[in-house]
Design a binder for this molecule. Sequence first.
Ligand code: NAD
Ligand code: UGA
Length: 476
Amino acid sequence: MQNKIKNICCIGAGYVGGPTMSVIAYKSPDIEINVVDNNQERINLWNSSNLQDLPIYEPGLDKIVQKCRGKNLFFSTNVKEKIAIADIVFISVNTPTKKKGLGAGQASDLKWVEICAREVAKYSKGHTIVVEKSTLPVKTAEVIKKILDSSSENYRDNNSSKSFDVLSNPEFLAEGTAINDLIKPDRILIGGDRKEAIEVLSEIYKRWVPENKILHTNIWSSELAKLTANAFLAQRISSINSIGALCEATGADVREVARAIGSDSRIGNKFLDSGPGFGGSCFKKDILNLVYLCKYFGLPEIAEFWESVVTMNNWHQHRISKLVVKKLFGTITGKKIGILGFSFKANTNDTRESAAITICKDLIEEGALLYIHDPKVSPEQITNDLCKKENKSMTNNTKNLEGEWCFIKDSKNVFEGADAVVLLTEWDEYSMINWDNVSKSMRKPAWVFDARSIVMPDKISMTDLNFWRIGDGFQS
Ligand code: NAD
Ligand code: UGA
């Protein structure tokens, strides 16, 4: 097997494939990197001359793409051709929760991963290292290897033989900080059963990651460590959100409790911000996948333990919408409510599993008129997420309307005549709002619901606005 990697192919130009390959290209000018995807529209956006149009918003990504694209970083739909010339193929495709059949609602749907394995078996030449970048259930590598070995038999041509190594190399980047996470990772995890293959992949990362941060494990530990990391992180958020609700009931303040417990070096102070409930494409899906695995391996008590993290999150999101209704005298029919933030966290345009979806759906169901702003999410995306068309006429006339929404381009315009505003994403621009000014245009009695702790209470106390803040027993 050659140790000098000259060509990498990554299947999947999504939130992981795009940024990860961009950073590898940036740090490895001697390697040609081809990111392939069967979504032509997405590939066109990756190739757009206007860097504002990249399909993914990540701070710093545009500069790296500008530096490398067309030199050693290429985006295309040429799956077959790019697999054929690759020494390493990363599989970075989506692995959503299965919607039907065995394990529906919990197990990961590996359909796309399986298709990739078959394509690699068919088109690869010589020896190829196949890397699982997608988050996968334990033992998936075994399935991939079986597909590669048996299918490649069908496609072997007379002159060449094919062989494969399968490695697990899960990604730990978080959206919004992806570039920083990729350039300065806490660790790189590589699981595999052949030392030589692990070394080849490690050599790529060693170009910018200190050697002591590159961890080698067996393949099953690597696959399970990824699911476990997400389960632990999500569990922390459900834990602090549960305590937040208790704070509201008892007069305590969740920020003070978080600071107090976070100073214990065994607990640590990160990931203790109470919010509207965790979103994002992975926490829920990965925990449910873990739950499914536990059940599959005959461990129902452990399955129940982890499932409670998701149950708590669902409860918490509905708790916030119920609270808004309660504070607005038990009815919000026809009332105007501004929604500040729709993405699942700041600095990303991703709305997958965003708490805003659940909360907005609940408020619409109660008859509210929502004026939704987000600096990076498009009205088309919100339409998809809410499964409901935008009512553009709402900005002029609201007579007899109930349970509708519209998109507001400039956040300044969500306050006019509003009975309440609900802060759901911690975008920087929302922490600069001059509450004294905006309160003048709201309909009194008006409320500010801050589910992200970004409003300073003293800035509100100077106004005639009512204020509710997550986990704040003083204000409740
Ligand atoms: P994504 O949906 O943004 O991107 C996946 C891409 O794969 C899509 O563009 C799709 O068109 C493409 N694709 C699917 N099948 C294909 C095929 N056969 N040939 C070519 N292209 C194909 O998904 P993502 O957010 O990048 O996540 C990918 C994986 O990484 C998932 O397993 C996820 O759990 C994991 N992960 C995601 C994150 C994150 O922050 N989003 C972080 C770590 C790990
Ligand atoms: C998460 C993990 O942090 C990554 O390590 C992992 O690679 C990724 O999932 C994945 O596998 O997809 P991500 O979902 O992008 O990354 O974002 P996080 O920063 O983890 O936030 C997830 C959710 O938790 C967001 O809705 C966020 O607002 C919420 N959160 C986070 C809180 O409510 N409080 C906190 O203290 C931290």
